[in-house]
Design a protein around this ligand. Structure first.
Ligand SMILES: Cc1cc2nc3c(=O)[nH]c(=O)nc-3n(C[C@H](O)[C@H](O)[C@H](O)COP(=O)(O)OP(=O)(O)OC[C@H]3O[C@@H](n4cnc5c(N)ncnc54)[C@H](O)[C@@H]3O)c2cc1C
Length: 437
């Protein structure tokens, strides 16, 4: 067993949710297979959309959800593993999913940062976070994306109507209801439509919500590496002139690599034979993990900062990458998306329990105010870190190294940083604390 297990606390699944008008209507319209009436229609069955469908139906019996995706509902090919911080891990636990991925999850026991120039061979650690958030609770775990997708899809129950593969061709909303038209002519009526369709969200465009975006002109080259030395649960972040390179521990002598490089250089690296690419990786990380070989292939993801101008509109909400895309320097994009899920599920379920509908404007306003500051703060931090470290200007390096070593010696600051990265401080939605809604 690699990851921590659930506490075994009793769950209060599906409590206190009266049947809604939509859920009764869905029975009435079931005979007409061209119309489906649900409480919430979620477009996008990635990890965020699937988690939301699960949260809404697990904690609100009778809630009807449609989950729509342009791809068949199956784990997509993905070489990445995600660092899941302690708070969002509790969300997965409350959703009943954590136990399904625990055997494939690796705890992160320490984080070491190095700052190196182009030619440096030796890479001393300037900042070293280690220890647990609470006894038995590491501040993060690494989980292969494909395993997480498989577990989330496998956990979906009867309350979720899956419509995939299909595309949305139209959306209409007014004060009374919302509608989606699908490519095969199906009409989905809902009280609330949620866009979980990723960075290029078509639904966000249909709702007329713009974005502020900045292209980093960098790519994140990802691969799984095997190495001759053990990682001892250490996540390494090597700050290099073109961008950070992270190796994140996986079970065994294996790590997940996220190497930020200029987009053109990343494209060149992808053309190398596996042994040559492995040699480049080994040299770039200063041999801290010994000899490196590649397991499977490598892929490159374009990197950008992108924030939606609003995350709610009439009977409409954005979650996950549809709402915000940040640099993977701190491994926080999916963590933010899971926190969106915890907040939106709680505000919607509480509205329905009060006899309101799932698209209640008060519930959406509460969701927006709950998430706005956290998302803006994380976007600013990751953008600032990437700008500060993605260069080789000597005076700037000296200043940032001094800053890192001062932080390293200041215990309370380090504790605060760990708690913030673990998303475990302050008051938040109940799922983030591992409690049922
Ligand atoms: C290199 C890299 C490393 C990362 N590492 C981490 C990490 O360690 N930790 C972390 O927290 N985050 C990490 N992230 C961020 C994380 O991967 C994303 O934040 C997360 O995948 C977003 O999930 P999502 O469900 O919102 O969107 P997606 O995963 O993009 O899913 C969107 C879904 O919508 C569907 N879709 C798209 N368009 C339509 C349409 N028009 N109609 C119907 N369906 C549609 C797609 O098929 C897909 O299923 C990393 C990102 C990168 C690039």
């Amino acid at each position: 067993m690699r990851g921590i297990r659930t506490t075994g606390q009793p769950r209060a699944d599906g409590r206190n949710c009266p049947p809604t008008l939509r859920s009764l209507a869905s029975i009435v319209t079931a005979a007409d297979n061209k119309t489906l009436a649900v409480d919430v229609a979620i477009v996008g069955a990635g990890p965020v959309g699937t988690s939301l469908a699960l949260a809404l139906t697990r904690f609100c019996a009778g809630m009807r959800v449609a989950l729509i995706d342009r791809r068949p509902l199956a784990p997509p090919p993905d070489l990445r593993a995600s660092a899941i911080a302690a708070g969002p891990r509790r969300i997965l636990d409350a959703l009943g999913v954590w136990d399904q991925v625990a055997d494939d999850a690796e705890p992160v026991l320490a984080l070491r940062l190095t700052d190196s120039g182009k030619e440096d061979i030796f890479r001393p650690a300037f900042l070293d976070f280690s220890g647990e958030l609470a006894p038995g609770e590491p501040f993060a775990h690494l989980v292969p994306n494909s395993r997480l997708a498989e577990a989330l899809i496998g956990a979906l129950g009867d309350g979720v109507e899956i419509l995939a593969p299909t595309t949305v061709t139209g959306m209409a909303r007014d004060a009374g209801s919302a509608k989606l038209t699908l490519a095969d002519g199906t009409l989905v009526r809902a009280d609330l439509i949620v866009a979980a369709d990723g960075a290029q969200s078509a639904l966000r465009g249909m709702a007329g919500i713009g974005v502020k975006a900045h292209d980093y002109r960098q790519s994140g080259l990802v691969a799984t590496i095997a190495h001759s030395l053990p990682h001892h649960g250490v996540a390494w972040q090597h700050f290099r002139p073109a961008g950070p390179m992270a190796s994140l521990p996986l079970p065994g002598n294996r790590s997940s690599l996220v190497w930020t490089e200029a987009a053109s250089r990343a494209a060149e690296l992808l053309t190398l034979p596996p042994a040559e690419l492995a040699a480049e990786i080994e040299a770039a990380m200063g041999s801290v993990l010994g000899a490196v070989t590649l397991e499977g292939g490598a892929a490159a993801h374009p990197l950008r900062l992108q924030l939606a101008d609003a995350i709610t509109a009439q009977r409409f909400a954005l979650v996950g990458d549809a709402a915000h895309v940040i640099h993977p320097i701190a491994g926080q994009g999916l963590n933010l998306g899971l926190k969106d899920v915890a907040a939106l599920a709680e505000t919607v379920i509480e509205a329905v329990r009060l006899g309101l509908d799932a698209g209640d404007p008060g519930a959406l306003a509460r969701y927006q105010s709950w998430r706005r500051v956290d998302v803006a703060a994380m976007a600013a931090v990751t953008d600032g870190l990437n700008r500060l470290f993605s260069n080789d200007i000597a005076p700037l390096r000296a200043m940032r190294d001094l800053g890192l070593s001062l932080v390293d010696r200041a215990g309370p600051i380090k504790d605060a940083l760990i708690r913030s990265a673990a998303a475990s401080s302050g008051s938040g939605p109940r799922l983030l604390l591992g409690q049922p809604i």
